[in-house]
Design a protein around this ligand. Sequence first.
Ligand SMILES: [Zn+2]
Length: 249
Amino acid sequence: MIHDLFAIDAHTHINHGAPHDSETVENITDASLEHILEMARAAKIDKMFCSTFSSVCANTEIPEENEYLERLCESLDCMYQWVVIDPRIKETFSQAERILKKPKCVGIKLHPGLHKYTLKEYGDILADFADCFETTLLIHGGGDEELLRLANEHRHLNFILPHVATDRDVEICALSKHGNVYLDTSGIGSVRNNVIEYAVKRCGSERILFGTDTYAAGFQRGRIEYAMISDKDKENILRYNAERLFGIS
Ligand SMILES: [Zn+2]
């Protein structure tokens, strides 16, 4: 039964009283660890892949934030780490080199938009670095031709385009010649009434990962559970693709 299947959230964040936490709206948004864990329990999510908001909303505290999350993942079974790199901050490369070897680290998170650089400028440096680890790159706002070029030139690297934000994201996933571009369903993009169904048809459910991006986890899960796709597709998205891709179970 789909309803009983524990899901893996491949894309979330937390606030923890850090300098660049995301803004919350009075009491109606809450990205504290406590609330994220509570939502996960309610929505039958048993693993979460996380980067702190403070490490993606700004680039001034990335090493400290990566370290904070590394320690948290050591103490919390359900929590896994996306290590954040800014290609202009040398220390983030050496730090990632160390953290990527840890069993709780699932790959590298990049946020060119908020960190203010482009893949055109730094994509090759980042992909060449990641290639040494045959890891996964989760890239915010990376749904452009540069990402497709990088994916086609780095067959051993996996790329995740978050939020299924545009038709073009789905196309890039479908057009990648090594099948190494994935989509994640996190965020409010998935409310659109054909986005999951279209992405499954165009790319196959094997290329889609479940995520929340801290939005209401039960709501996000419901979008997959009640999507007009097969049970097999729902299982792939909610859990099995993440297990396969990241070698966890
Ligand atoms: Zn995010």
